[in-house]
Design a protein around this ligand. Structure first.
Ligand SMILES: NC(=O)c1ccc[n+]([C@@H]2O[C@H](COP(=O)([O-])OP(=O)(O)OC[C@H]3O[C@@H](n4cnc5c(N)ncnc54)[C@H](OP(=O)(O)O)[C@@H]3O)[C@@H](O)[C@H]2O)c1
Length: 340
């Protein structure tokens, strides 16, 4: 029988892309979404999808919806503790087995709080297979760690009944597919800051390197894991081993800056296309509109290098979408109307 799915974050970039992909590839799935502000045309676009109205702090609403679901796909805010706890409370009340697919992110292994490699290449590349022990016991102040811990604790306590997976994408690019947000975070923010600096920028040697994934490739991985859940577990790993990096490539900050400069120069924008070296102090003052400590250091000076070993081994996961450097021109095109 087709599964019932409860999904959060359907108007967001990642959650919306998962939602749209799921609705269009699995029309038989019985899908319910949590929305705090349903877009006016939502039911016209998705007439077979049930809406539960509420936000992430409405624990009772979330618990009740999770209790009815064979599969919960939680997106939207990887750091929100009450919502993930409310989902687990609902799943724990079920008699039948269920699946929880939680969204985390490779910010968890970023070196942004350690000055050693800021602006430089950190040689450490994290594997979701070989480094599983380290990844699942990182300190509490690592980004997304608190909610990862809640999910891992649920797997340890209810592992016979609640099968969990933690999806851990790196930075994402490419146009979102859902009914709401179509853009990711990094490239629009970088463009906004280039506008201020009047040049693409980096710090140190610009060798700091981050992993990336195109939203389409990430959707391929999500579908493999959701479809495995729909089969009762399939060949996916669940519980402590159900930890999935999704990276398909690595790009250094200096390469991002070089390509950004070339694209913006060809667009005739009044910027110097030559990447400009900023001090760490200058970098740290950027992105002042985001109330997240060290956000600019995280985005522009850190490394977070990851390999999707589990997905490669289980699902032959491999990229089919354009690379970041190939796709950047389209991502800039999509957001420059709002920014420049
Ligand atoms: N984008 C990336 O490159 C990336 C990579 C790895 C990890 N992540 C993590 O993934 C998470 C989602 O990222 P995203 O880029 O998809 O975010 P996004 O586009 O801003 O989407 C957020 C979604 O969550 C919903 N939402 C947020 N707070 C809510 C609340 N209190 N109650 C109900 N719904 C709420 C939003 O609904 P509304 O439409 O009502 O606002 C929207 O549907 C973030 O925590 C981020 O750190 C992102």
């Amino acid at each position: 029988m087709a599964p019932s799915v409860f999904l959060t974050g359907a108007t967001g970039y990642i959650g919306g892309s998962i939602f749209h992909t799921l609705v269009t590839t699995h029309e038989d799935y019985d899908i319910t979404v949590l929305l705090r502000n349903p877009p006016g045309n939502f039911s016209l676009l998705y007439p077979n999808v049930e809406i539960v109205k509420g936000d992430f702090d409405n624990a009772r609403v979330i618990t009740a919806a999770a209790k009815k679901a064979d599969i919960v796909i939680h997106c939207g805010n990887s750091d929100h503790e009450p919502s993930i706890k409310a989902i687990i409370a609902g799943l724990a009340q079920r008699k039948e087995k269920s699946f929880l697919i939680h969204l985390s992110g490779t910010g968890i292994v970023s070196d942004f709080r350690d000055p050693k490699y800021l602006g430089e290449l950190n040689p450490k590349v994290w594997s979701d297979v070989d480094d599983l022990e380290a990844i699942t016991s990182l300190p509490d102040d690592a980004p997304h760690r608190i909610t990862d811990k809640i999910v891992l604790a649920a797997a340890a306590e209810h592992g016979d009944k609640i099968k969990t997976a933690i999806m851990c994408p790196p930075d994402i690019y490419g146009a979102g597919r859902g009914p709401g947000k179509k853009q990711s975070v990094y490239l629009p923010v970088y463009l906004m800051e280039i506008k201020q600096t009047r040049a693409p920028f980096f710090t140190g040697s610009g060798g700091n390197t981050r992993s990336w994934v195109h939203i389409s490739d990430l959707m391929n991985l999500y579908m493999k894991v959701v479809e495995a859940a729909a089969e009762g577990g399939g060949k996916a790993h669940w519980g402590k081993e159900g930890y999935y990096f999704a990276s398909t490539q690595e790009v250094s900050q200096i390469d991002v800056a070089r390509v950004a400069g070339k694209i913006l120069m060809e667009d005739g924008l009044p910027i110097n296309p030559e990447p400009k070296c900023l001090s760490l102090e200058e970098i740290a003052k950027k992105v002042s509109h985001v109330p997240f400590p060290d956000v600019a250091t995280y985005l522009f000076a850190s490394s977070s290098r990851t390999k999707a070993d589990r997905a490669t081994k289980l699902f032959n996961y491999a990229p089919s979408a354009p690379s970041l450097l190939e796709a950047m021109v389209d991502d800039f095109d999509a957001c420059k109307i709002f920014i420049l």
